[in-house]
Design a protein. Structure first.
Length: 350
């Protein structure tokens, strides 16, 4: 992968942008593993598990991927995840994503998983995490991709359910780096999960949370002040509050931005209206990620290319986004330095 470096070219056409993006080593920090379930694999797994999907073909599944908001998407995403039952299913799902990530020169991934989506259907926590963890171990050994796992609590459920999930995770403590918060944002503020995040942090997990995707800037502030997160997932609506932006800049809080997701879920009207460039210009610590690539029409490289073309980002800005992805990761400083040195070597050769 990284040894195939396209030749330098003076022109800035889209092929060259795509080649430059492809050559950049990068980390992906906002990726829901259940959101990588491509329709072909969904059908294959459902067939071997004897599960009937509410679609008759792969084409019909893809045609259903038109969303007008987050909830529209979540309804379909949870239906797709219902095909997953066995440890091998979680392994195959994760391994398929990691192979894709490898082809896109992703060197490090921080993967969200939603245990409650599965335990709520009678699938054991152990089945889920065992399958995912085995694939992550194989990716480290066979593909050279390092990883961290982040357990997300479903915010449309209550805090008691999140506390039970944290208890179920404790035997797997060394496989899980952090806790996060996802699902339906509006009406489910971060403060609803104060106690479970307090306990998780006390147990040594880092905290992150989705905030400001559909919810107001106050949710971003709550995630910082009440949940004590080290990163904000999305964070778009923080731009509505200048004092909050100043605080995010001053504290260097990373935002894991997901451009194609924002288009698909109508968080922005159009990719050309995406605030990523504005965020960079404000000095925010932004990264580019794919969120749920099987549903949103692109993996991480397609997200970089989409914003580069629509917003006119140059190579320096693209390289900065890739550098940010390592800097904002949970990797050790030593591991970050190695990957950033590789990134710098690639950008100098272009
Ligand atoms: N937002 C909230 N919850 C989610 C998302 C998202 O973009 N993707 C998967 N679960
Ligand atoms: Zn997300």
């Amino acid at each position: 992968m990284s040894d195939v470096i396209p030749a330098r070219s003076p022109s800035g056409d889209s092929n060259n942008i795509a080649a430059f993006v492809a050559a950049l080593p990068k980390a992906e920090l906002h990726l829901h593993i259940e959101g990588t379930l491509e329709p072909e694999l969904m059908f294959a797994i459902a067939a071997r598990n004897g599960i009937r999907l509410p679609y008759s073909s792969v084409e019909e599944v893809r045609a259903a991927y038109r969303f007008s908001n987050l909830q529209d998407f979540l309804d379909i995403y949870y239906a797709g995840a219902s095909a997953l039952l066995e440890m091998q299913d979680f392994y195959d799902l994760t391994w398929a994503y990691l192979q894709r990530a490898f082809t896109q020169n992703v060197r490090h991934v921080e993967i969200f998983f939603d245990p409650q989506t599965h335990t709520g259907r009678g699938v054991a926590f152990a089945t889920v995490i065992d399958g995912i963890s085995r694939a992550l171990d194989d990716a480290e050994a066979r593909l050279g991709i390092s990883s961290r796992l982040i357990l997300c609590f479903l915010r449309h459920l209550d805090e008691t359910a999140a506390l039970q999930t944290l208890d179920a995770a404790m035997p797997w403590r060394e496989h899980i780096a952090g806790v996060g918060l996802d699902s339906s944002e509006r009406g489910n503020p971060p403060g609803k999960f104060r106690e479970v995040f307090r306990r998780a942090r006390a147990a040594g997990f880092v905290a992150v949370a989705h905030a400001g995707e559909e919810g107001p800037p106050e949710y971003v502030r709550e995630a910082l002040d009440i949940l004590e997160v080290v990163r904000i997932d999305h964070g778009n609506n923080a731009l509505e509050d200048a004092d909050l932006v100043a605080e995010l800049v001053q504290k260097r809080i990373p935002l894991t931005v997901c451009p194609l997701s924002n288009v698909k879920l109508c968080v922005v009207d159009d990719i050309s209206a995406h605030p990523l460039k504005q965020m960079l210009d404000l000095g925010l610590f932004v990264t580019v990620n794919s969120d749920d690539p099987a549903y949103f029409g692109g993996y991480v490289n397609e997200n970089y290319v989409a914003v580069a073309e629509a917003l006119g980002l140059g190579r320096e800005e693209l390289a900065q986004l890739a550098r940010n992805s390592f800097q904002a990761s949970l990797l050790s400083q030593a591991a970050k330095s190695v990957l950033i040195a590789e990134l710098d070597a690639v950008t100098h050769r272009f």
